[in-house]
Structures are given as structure tokens and as C-alpha cells.
Design a protein around this ligand. Structure first.
Ligand SMILES: Cc1cc2nc3c(=O)[nH]c(=O)nc-3n(C[C@H](O)[C@H](O)[C@H](O)COP(=O)(O)O)c2cc1C
Length: 415
């Protein structure tokens, strides 16, 4: 593990050695597991969501389904898991143990109530156990208990009400966890702020159907012949998560610290969330795929990046991409470019020619003798799809054309 750079961050007033946290899920299910994660280097944990002992939620079996896409295993993960399988008491004892044994790491207890009094009881119990902060789960998309999970996250008055309830019984920081199954995350985030939240975390899983069996016609996971729309996570959801992160970070009215997650597997993913406005980042599916050890690469990668660029504190990177994030209407469309080809490196596969004809600007002909594309530059749309399919990295690049350069009109076959 590289130790050359200080990766510490302060989130909701709590200092942690790095911004990397386990997110609330089976990866953060007990002190025994979390202790191993802390030994590997994780800076904090959002403990698996807890409910009161008044309610027992049996789990469907099986509870997860892996979505492999081509060679990429676990491009996405579908799950129908709900809250902790364990009773409240053993979880509280584990939180107390962890806080004592690992005082420098952040222990965030995740709770979900089904009534005002349950939210209050859980919040008080977790604060008394020594949790540094609470994550309020307003976001699980497949709860079987009516009026809970993302149903709360989608009803802004309930987000405000339950946050305010919790605020009344504890002084520790409150982090409201948002559902992506909504058009505008700023609305529930602002409701949480009005209720007294100190920070926002996002995203929980995206409602989806990852796969349908072609022989048995059952959407997965196949729970004894039945499927259900349920939570989808992993690399496939990262663009959606980054979008919500940036939209909240850009909202001056919100102005709360953010904890980002959704598809993080590497230090690059994590850094993208930080650049989009997250102070801490959380991971589940990446750990389900590779284990706790991925944090070592995250620490090393982020350290090296910061050392190379002379960045002294992770905090200096938070939101740094936001000044460059605009509405599409802000683009300078007077500046135009084309795809430029380094044909000395061409292997003659012809894929660029096929995509340009079938999906691009019809800017390429094919020289069958030389096995090379021939570009009519002023037909090129700069869609760059030729570069996406070219097997030689960097052979096709974007080149800006001089101002005033014009693209040729497409020929019409009609009269
Ligand atoms: C199996 C599984 C169980 C989860 N359980 C919880 C939970 O109890 N509470 C919660 O807030 N989020 C839960 N999540 C959501 C994750 O914490 C996280 O928000 C989501 O998976 C996106 O991150 P990822 O792409 O790194 O997995 C769960 C996710 C998975 C895959």
C-alpha cells in the first residue's frame, strides 16, 4: 500500500484516512466483515440497513442475479435483498465494538423505519451504540413492506418528515440516501435538508430487469418461477449515478456534502465521483466482484494521481469538473472537427468503413486493393464512431478544423 500522499477527508465533521467507504449492503453486514475491510484500508463504512425487531422481513431465494455482458462479468448486478438478516441487537453490539476498536474510521449506521416512532427508536439506538453518523435509507427499490424504501424517497414530504423525526432524537450527522428512481434528485435532497439532513448520499440501486430467461421466460433472479423489477447496480449504472451527483453538487440551494456511489470499481471511477462533487465514495458491487482488496488499488491510484499533479488534499479535487459541465446549449457549435486517420498503423479490417456507411456520415470509401479507408473529409460528421470500432488504439483521433470550415450537405435521393 502506498502511503506517500495524505488521502484523508473530513465528512460531516468526521475525519477519515481516505474517502473510500463500503456502502450499505451484504459487504457491510457484521463487525467481523467490516474489521477485515478496515484492515484492507477502507476509510469508513455504511453499515447494512437495519430495521426494528418489531418487523421480520424474510428474504426471497435466490436474492441476486449476475448480469454478464460479453466478456465483462458482472457488468451489472440485480438484487432483491432488503434489510439486514440479523437482529438489531447483534448489529448494535457490532457497531459499538467497531467504534471502540477502530476510532479513526467512520461508522455510519443505516436505518429504515416504517413509522415515525420506528425511525426515532432506530436513530436513538444507533447513536447510543456509538455510530458516528446515520444514513437514512429512503431508497431501497424493492421493499416488500408498503410505504418504505424508495416509496419514501419518491414522496418528498415523507423524506422531510422522517428526517425531521430523526433530527429531533439525535445530534449526530444525518446522511439522507437518495433513490435514482426519480426524475430530479434535487427535490428529495432539498426536502431532506429542510428536515435537518447534514449530507446526501446517492445512488441506491436503479429499478430494472437485467435479464429474462429465453427458455423459461422468467425475469431474473428466478425466485421459484417468479421474477420482479428490482435493484440494479454495478458498472452499468455509473453514468446515471455521476449525473445525479453532479446535478446535486451544482445546486447552490442544496449546498450539502455528498457521498457518491454507483458502479465504482477502480480509483478512476472513484475520482470521477469526487470530481463530480462527492467528498466520500461508497462501493458494493465492486467488492462483491473482487473483494475488499480493491481498496488497495484505489488508495495507490489516487495517491499517484495526486502526487503526479501536485494535489495536496483530496478536498481540492471535490467538484473540480463541475465548472466544465454545462447544458448542451452552451457548446460552441462554430468550432467543428473531423476524424483524422493515421493510416500507417491501419490493419485493413474495414470496420470504420462499415460503421461510417451504416451509421455515420458516408464519409468513407474503401480502397479494396490497398485495404484502406479513403475519407472525404467534408462529409465527416465527427460522430467518431469509426474510432470506437477501430481495433488500433489512437489510430483515429479528433481534429479541429479551421474556423469557417463547412461540412457538405448530404445528398438526397428524393426529388
Ligand atoms: C445485494 C445488495 C444489497 C443492498 N442493500 C442495501 C441496504 O441494505 N441499504 C442501502 O441503503 N443500500 C443497499 N444496497 C445499495 C448499495 O448500497 C449501493 O447504493 C448500490 O448498490 C450502488 O452501488 P454499487 O454499484 O457500488 O453497488 C444494496 C445493494 C446490493 C447489490
Amino acid at each position: 500500500m502506498t502511503k506517500k500522499t495524505d488521502l484523508s477527508v473530513t465528512f460531516c465533521g468526521k475525519k477519515m484516512p481516505n474517502p473510500f467507504m463500503l456502502s450499505s449492503s451484504p459487504v457491510s453486514n457484521s463487525a467481523e466483515m467490516i474489521e477485515r475491510a478496515f484492515e484492507a484500508g477502507w476509510g469508513g463504512v455504511a453499515y447494512k440497513s437495519m430495521v426494528t425487531d418489531n418487523i421480520s422481513i424474510p428474504h426471497p431465494s435466490p436474492r441476486m442475479h449476475a448480469y454478464h455482458y460479453g466478456e465483462k462479468r458482472l457488468a451489472g448486478l440485480q438484487n432483491v435483498e432488503q434489510t439486514s438478516d440479523r437482529g438489531l441487537k447483534p448489529n448494535l453490539l457490532d457497531i459499538a465494538y467497531l467504534k471502540k476498536r477502530w476510532p479513526g474510521r467512520v461508522i455510519m449506521a443505516s436505518i429504515m423505519g416504517f413509522s415515525n416512532s420506528e425511525w426515532a427508536d432506530l436513530a436513538k439506538a444507533c447513536s447510543d451504540a456509538g455510530a458516528d453518523m446515520l444514513e437514512l435509507n429512503f431508497s431501497c427499490p424493492h421493499m416488500t413492506v408498503e410505504g418504505s424504501g424508495c416509496k419514501v424517497g419518491q414522496a418528498h414530504d415523507l423524506v422531510e418528515k422522517f428526517t425531521a423525526t430523526v433530527r429531533k432524537v439525535t445530534g449526530i450527522p444525518l446522511v439522507a440516501k437518495m433513490t435514482p428512481n426519480i426524475a430530479d434528485m434535487n427535490e428529495p435532497a432539498l426536502a431532506a435538508k429542510r428536515g435537518g439532513a447534514d449530507a446526501i448520499s446517492a445512488i441506491n440501486t436503479v429499478k430494472g430487469i437485467s435479464e429474462i430467461g429465453l427458455d423459461d421466460l422468467i425475469p431474473r433472479p428466478d425466485v421459484f418461477g417468479k421474477g420482479a423489477i428490482s435493484g440494479y447496480s454495478g458498472p452499468a449504472v455509473k453514468p446515471i449515478a455521476l449525473r445525479f451527483m453532479a446535478e446535486m453538487a451544482q445546486n447552490p440551494e442544496l449546498g450539502l456534502p455528498l457521498s457518491g456511489m454507483g458502479g465504482i470499481e477502480t480509483w478512476v471511477d472513484a475520482l470521477e465521483f469526487i470530481l463530480a462533487g462527492a467528498t466520500t465514495v461508497q462501493v458494493t458491487t465492486g467488492v462483491i466482484h473482487y473483494g475488499y482488496r480493491i481498496v488497495e488499488d484505489m488508495i495507490e491510484g489516487l495517491s499517484d494521481y495526486m502526487a503526479l499533479r501536485g494535489v495536496e488534499a483530496v478536498g481540492d479535487l471535490v467538484g473540480k469538473a463541475l465548472p466544465r459541465l454545462h447544458e448542451t446549449g452552451a457548446f460552441d457549435v462554430k468550432r467543428q472537427g473531423v476524424a483524422a486517420y493515421d493510416l500507417d498503423r491501419c490493419v485493413g479490417c474495414g470496420q470504420c468503413y462499415i460503421v461510417c456507411r451504416d451509421a455515420g456520415g458516408q464519409a468513407l470509401d474503401w480502397d479494396a486493393k490497398k485495404r484502406r479507408p479513403r475519407q472525404t473529409q467534408d462529409k465527416c460528421l465527427s460522430c467518431m464512431i469509426c474510432s470506437f470500432v477501430c481495433p488500433v488504439t489512437g489510430l483515429i483521433s479528433f481534429k479541429e478544423m479551421p474556423r469557417g470550415w463547412k461540412r457538405r450537405e448530404t445528398v438526397t435521393l428524393g426529388r
